[in-house]
Write a protein that binds this ligand. Structure first.
Ligand code: 5AD
Length: 358
């Protein structure tokens, strides 16, 4: 059933809504839209954090290059393949290869790894390796990568520039390039970045719609002590008029509104959200618009060094019985674990639209 498009005023009104009963209506709308457009399956992706080496100095991220407290690692191709097998054994439909923005990442090494996963498994392959040159994106696409995640983090260009020194490429240009290359395109934002207003956040949600994204991840900003933002006094930024709170509630609102503006997108319940509410975060997100979960399959010895922010929650697939738990949690909310790759229905519709336009 088509629903009327929701505009900026509407989005802002929901973002400012605090009444729990009225918010119930938003959760219900989002859950209904989710069911109609992407169904009851929850797609599982195995997250492989294959390197925490990063040359960037983003104000919020624990992997930033000046943070000397981390032991830096790069997994070997064989290590990565072992994690890929783990994802396969667990019946996941896709793997996400994620890393810091490693200036020494060899594009042909990654292309070789993508080819190997393609050859040896049926899994969909998602890359999440930051701002990279269009030639590299093309190389990896030709090697067989299906999807690419690159959050634009905020639609406010001034705020973006101030927290990401040294950007060479425009992320919005890269996202368009990814679409042209035939990737399923994913992006997203952090919620409650110091200096981010609720108006900015409304702009973020509208930009999801304009970009016609296939995958959208949103999560709360979580201060990391070894970053410039982690050293700010929370009172000084959180109390500023108009500032977006980095709260669990605000995250659910954005998640639900995102489902309403991009009904066919794949939307994960993110780790950052589960970090704020380890016992209920995933369940609530899945009932308020989300349809994807990304269990971590990075080997334990590397995982703790991938500290984007402190106390990162994760669904531990290594532990016996953890997945049975996940399946029963899903069953308890009337959902099932996805079978197959879990491609985004949005991409097919996007392609259809283009054909029509020709
Ligand atoms: N809190 C929450 N999310 C963060 N990310 C990076 N640092 C933080 C933080 N301190 C998110 C960014 C990035 C994704 C991989 O992790 O949005 O795109």
């Amino acid at each position: 059933m088509p629903t009327p498009p929701i505009g900026r005023e509407h989005i802002l009104a929901w973002l400012h809504e605090e009444n729990p009963e009225r918010l119930e209506a938003l959760w219900r709308l989002a859950d209904q839209r989710r069911r109609e457009c992407v169904g009851d399956e929850v797609h599982l992706r195995g997250l492989i954090e294959f390197s925490n080496v990063c040359g960037r100095q983003c104000a919020y991220c624990g992997l930033r290059q000046p943070n000397t407290k981390l032991r830096r690692y790069r997994m070997t191709a064989d290590d990565v393949m072992a994690s890929v097998r783990e994802a396969e054994r667990n019946g996941f439909g896709a793997v996400v290869l994620q890393s810091g923005e490693d200036p020494e990442l060899d594009p042909s090494w990654l292309a070789g790894l993508v080819r190997r996963i393609r050859r040896e498994t049926k899994l969909a392959i998602t890359l999440s390796v930051g701002e990279r040159a269009p030639e590299e994106l093309r190389l990896w696409r030709e090697a067989g990568a299906d999807r690419y995640l690159l959050r634009f983090e905020t639609s406010n260009p001034k705020l973006f520039a101030s927290i990401h020194p040294g950007s060479v490429f425009s992320r919005l240009d890269l996202l368009r390039e990814l679409g042209r290359l035939g990737y399923e395109v994913g992006s997203g934002v952090m919620i409650g970045i110091p200096g981010q207003s609720v108006d900015d956040l409304a702009g973020d949600i509208l930009l999801f719609e304009t970009l016609n994204l296939d995958m959208i991840g949103v999560g709360p900003f979580i201060p990391h002590p070894d970053t410039p933002f982690g050293r700010l006094d929370p009172k000084r930024w959180l109390d500023r008029p108009g500032q977006t709170p980095n709260s669990e509630l605000m995250t659910y609102k954005v998640l639900a509104l995102t489902r309403l503006v991009c009904p066919y997108a794949n939307i994960p319940s993110t780790t950052a959200l589960a970090t704020l509410n380890p016992s209920q975060g995933h369940r609530l997100a899945l009932s308020r618009g989300a349809n994807v979960v990304m269990p971590n399959v990075t080997p334990a010895r590397f995982r703790e060094q991938y500290a984007i922010y402190p106390d990162k929650a994760c669904i531990d697939v290594g532990a016996d019985g953890a997945l049975t738990d996940l399946a029963s949690h899903l069953a308890a909310i009337g959902r099932t674990a996805g079978k197959g790759r879990g491609d985004s229905p949005n991409k097919g519709r996007r392609a259809t639209d283009w054909t029509k336009r020709r």
